[in-house]
Ligand binder design. Sequence first.
Ligand SMILES: Nc1ncnc2c1ncn2[C@@H]1O[C@H](COP(=O)(O)OP(=O)(O)OP(=O)(O)O)[C@@H](O)[C@H]1O
Ligand SMILES: [Mg+2]
Length: 220
Amino acid sequence: MIKFNEVTKVYENITALRKVSFSIEKGEFTFVTGPSGAGKSTLLKLIYLAEKPDEGSISIAGWETLSLKEKAIPFVRRNIGIVFQDFKLLPNKNVYDNIAIALRIRGVKESEIKSRVHEALKLVNLRHKTESFPSALSGGEQQRVTIARAIVGEPTVLIADEPTGNLDVDNTAGIMRIFREINAKGTTIIFATHNMELVKNTGLRVLKLDNGNLVRDERA
Ligand SMILES: Nc1ncnc2c1ncn2[C@@H]1O[C@H](COP(=O)(O)OP(=O)(O)OP(=O)(O)O)[C@@H](O)[C@H]1O
Ligand SMILES: [Mg+2]
């Protein structure tokens, strides 16, 4: 599903990733951990094609990204849902429209959008907030909206960059349950966090980065 082969990424004089190799199978749940500056966000950006490697090769959902034409990037991205730490919801649109937007851009018809948005909201337990605006939601609720937005296009891969970074313990546990449920339905998940409490005892795979090096690949 995702394969990194000796990937190096350099920003000016900083090597953010150094000869990183791993492969993730369809349906896996993988954490990416490591201290601040270790290269977690960089690794995710390479997966969703926001950055290009300086050396090595990456393949995503069967696409070799090195030989990818600019025009093909949106097609690869359709396979990928993304959740960030800061929620990035549109403040002037309600919950429904924030989620529907991704499907409208693709030209999906409104009747199908409606059923898909409602299904996504059900999964994150927010059916009762369909008409609310982001400013009227708690942090945990806003993050659940962004998860609904990320999965409404039925991506094969869901990428999360510190999605619980701004949340308290209870909300964090709720978000983790939702990610496990999405994974149980077959979506591949790559979840970056520096919070080892989250990872502990999950039995899930952990890729540990340190100073741009992949230093561990094991089960929690
Ligand atoms: N656009 C950029 N320009 C220059 N340097 C960058 C850029 N993005 C990241 N870096 C550097 O690359 C290294 C890895 O950054 P990255 O954001 O991947 O770390 P991280 O593990 O996600 O850290 P955090 O836990 O703080 O989010 C850091 O030294 C960072 O300063
Ligand atoms: Mg980061």
